[in-house]
Each structure stands twice: as C-alpha cells, then as structure tokens.
Ligand binder design. Structure first.
Ligand SMILES: Cc1ncc(COP(=O)(O)O)c(C=O)c1O
Length: 417
C-alpha cells in the first residue's frame, strides 16, 4: 500500500500518554511540574532580543547554581555527555597528557572521549565503591605531569562522591587544568566552583536539577578561556572584518567547539547552532527553582532524603554498597541480597507500583540496585512509597525482613529532622 494511504496501527497514532511513574533510579527522575510548564511556552527566534535576554538570564542564574563569577557560563545543547565532550574537545590538543581518575563508569567515559581527541591518557583506577585519597591524586599528577585532570564529582554507577575541595588548589600548584563532571551532583551537593578553584565544570538537568535531559550547563574560568580562545576559529561563511583566528590548532569538533559556542553566547551572537529554545526554558526554570529554594536548603533536602532512605534500607536488613563516608547524597547503592533476583524485584516494582529503581553497570551489574532521591523526588513521600513497595516486593520474594520496619525507620528519621 502507498505510505500515504497506509492504515496505521492504533497504538502508533494514539495520544502520547506515559504511565505515571515514580522515577527513583539514578536519573532521569521526574521533572518538577514547573519545568514542564516552562517547556510548553511558545518558541522565540534565536536572535529575538527577548530570547537573547533569556540567554543572559540563564548565564546569570547558573552563576548562582555553580557558585561562580565566571563570565562564560552557558548551555551546551545536548545531554550531559555533550558538555563533557565539548570541554574535552576544546581543552585537549592532540598529544596533550590527560589524567583521568577512574572510580566508576563515568571515569571510563572521560578516558574514551579524551582518547578520541588525541590525548595521551593515563587512567588511574581504584576499586569501585571507593574514592581517591588526595595524596594518591597528587602522586599521579607529579609522576604523569598532565595538562588536564578530568574527574567526576559523583559517579552514579558506584554512588560515590569524590572529595574535590583540595584538588583545584593542587592542580594550580602544578599548573594543571581541572575539568569536573558534576552531572550527577550539581544542585544536590555543595560544589562551590570558584572557592574550590575548578576550571571547567559541567552538568545535566535530569538529576538534582529536576529537569529533563537534553541541556548541559557548563562554566569555565579565565584559565580555560585562554586555552580555548587560542584555538578560536570562525566558519568561513560567518567571517567578517576583525574576526581574530587563534594561533592554536582548530578544535576537532565543530558542534562541540566551545570557542564557537562562546562567540554565540557572547554579545557578538555569532551564529553556530540554533539554540534549543525549549530546553533553554527548561534549564532556566531548573536554575530559578533551585535558587528560589536556596542551594543550601536543596543540599539539606537531599542529605535528609538520603539519611531517611538509608535508615529505612538498613532497618529492612539490607546492606548498603560502598564507602558510606563518601556516598553521594542523592543516590544510594544497595547490595542485592543472596538468593534474590535483582531484575525480578525491579520488574515487580515497576509493574505493581510504577516505581523505577536502577541496576548498575559493568562489575556491579546485577550486584547492586541504585535508588535515587534527587531533584523533585528528594521528598519524604517518594522515599516512603519506595521503601513500602520494596518491603512488599522483597517479602513476596521470600526475603526475610521485619515487615514495615523500613518505612517506620525512614519516617522516624524524617520526624527527627
Ligand atoms: C557522572 C555522570 N556523567 C555523565 C553522565 C551522562 O549523562 P547523559 O546521559 O545526560 O549524557 C551521567 C549519567 O548518568 C553521569 O551520572
């Protein structure tokens, strides 16, 4: 039959009507309804003065979120990985040495991207479920002498958060640039970019910022700006009088060329991509909501949810995964008990309770569940519903547990403040 006259199956042409899930995995989580509302606003042209004002507002709002004065605070259009790639593509010249401390899957991602851009990479690896001691990082920097250190703040695959308060100072002392992937922690854990002397930091919206994936906030300081603008290049079709070409090698990606993206976000408004209008509205609303709540209150809300969840899990007789002193505030790893089929439990939670929790990757696949309490879902009712559902599903799986103890313990933790 001609495609035009084809009768489409009913489900293909039905209204989109996603199930009302409670997303308690490692991200994405449910978006704040205010973010969804902002996303339904009408589009504007990308050079409309009102839209350019919104872009300026986004920069200013994210300076608040990142706790920075950095002029270059902008969005990369794409998921969190797009900003990681933009940062690495723009900082790394072929042959540069890059040190990547790997404490989970997202360290390996940075190794992979850095190699693609021609870096000589050293991956310093430690056991999943632990973090790096500062002395170990210092020893690696001294022996490898990298141009750049690229590290995750929180690695959702292991649920560990790497302490970073000292690393920026250390990198400056050795004249090394520092890139931090804060995809999983920005808005949920403290990350004062200027105070910790972090050169480039990026994130995504779909975790503690309570938005959808698809826009990646990024900030960079003057140290990084110098390295990036040395490689500034203007596309021939845009070049006017007075464009200054950098003397360094051209950045090997066009889409992820931060120099071009910066020229687009600056008052020059030099055309690059067409800004993803709806995602910019979402990103603006995510930042606005966080700043309205107050970052300190948001961090405390995440810490409280984590505390209540872990109290509940322990009361149910479950074991938490990894070094608890360095656990992320917004994701919790739980060891799947012997004799329990982890995937069956996840399926039952989804089918019977419409609650999603995560499994993990690589060496931890099938060994741990990951439960997120972040962004819009770092709430008492979401924590209690998840524990109650897990209680019922585990009991059905013949796991011996004191029924109701998980919810009681979490409720007690919340009541104790
Ligand atoms: C630490 C970290 N980095 C990067 C990513 C990749 O993010 P995205 O899927 O938005 O590209 C994730 C996603 O879970 C993450 O947790």
């Amino acid at each position: 039959m001609e495609p035009m006259n084809r009768a489409y199956p009913r489900d293909l042409v039905e209204d989109l009507n996603p199930a009302p899930r409670l997303l308690m995995g490692p991200g994405p989580i449910n978006a704040d309804p205010r973010v969804l509302r902002a996303m339904s606003a009408q589009l504007l042209g990308q050079f409309d003065p009102q839209f350019r004002d919104y872009m300026k507002q986004v920069s200013e709002l994210y300076r608040g979120v990142f706790q920075t004065k950095n002029r270059w605070t902008l969005l990369v259009d794409g998921t969190a990985r797009s900003a990681i790639e933009a940062a690495l593509a723009s900082l790394i010249e072929p042959g540069d040495r890059v040190l990547v401390p790997v404490f989970g899957r997202f360290g390996h991602l940075k190794v992979e991207i850095a190699k693609r851009y021609g870096a000589e990479v050293r991956a310093a690896e430690i056991e999943w479920g632990t973090v790096f001691a500062p002395e170990k990082l210092e020893a690696e920097i001294k022996s490898f002498r990298p141009k750049l250190v690229a590290i995750s703040h929180g690695d959702t695959s292991t649920t560990m958060a790497q302490p970073l308060a000292e690393l920026g100072r250390l990198c400056r002392a050795h004249d090394v640039l520092l890139y931090v992937d804060a995809t999983a922690t920005l808005g949920g854990m403290d990350l004062p970019v200027d105070a910790w002397e972090l050169d480039v930091v990026s994130a995504g919206l779909q975790k503690c910022l309570a938005g959808p994936s698809g826009s990646a906030p990024l900030t960079l300081n003057e140290r990084a700006e110098k390295v990036i603008f040395r490689r500034r290049h203007t596309e021939a079709g845009l070049r006017g009088k007075g464009e200054i070409e950098g003397e360094g090698p051209v950045i090997r990606s066009n889409y992820f060329d931060l120099a071009m993206i910066m020229d687009y976000w600056s008052d020059k408004a030099l055309n690059h991509h067409t800004e993803a209008t709806t995602m910019l509205y979402a990103a603006r609303e995510c930042a606005r909501i966080l700043l309205q709540e107050g970052p300190k209150n948001a961090f405390a809300r995440h810490a409280t949810a984590s505390h209540a969840l872990t109290a509940g899990l322990k009361a149910m007789g479950l074991r938490l995964f990894g070094d608890q002193a360095h656990k992320m505030a917004n994701v919790t790893g739980v060891t799947i008990p012997d004799g329990v089929d982890g995937e069956k439990v996840r399926r039952a939670l989804l089918q019977d309770f419409s609650i999603e929790i995560g499994t993990s990757f690589g060496p931890l696949h099938g060994r741990i569940w990951r439960i997120g309490t972040m962004g819009y879902n770092a709430r008492a009712d979401a924590v209690l519903a998840t524990l109650g559902a897990l209680d019922a599903v585990l009991a059905a799986e013949k796991f011996k547990l004191p029924r109701g103890a998980g919810v009681d313990a979490a409720l007690a933790a919340y009541r104790a403040g």
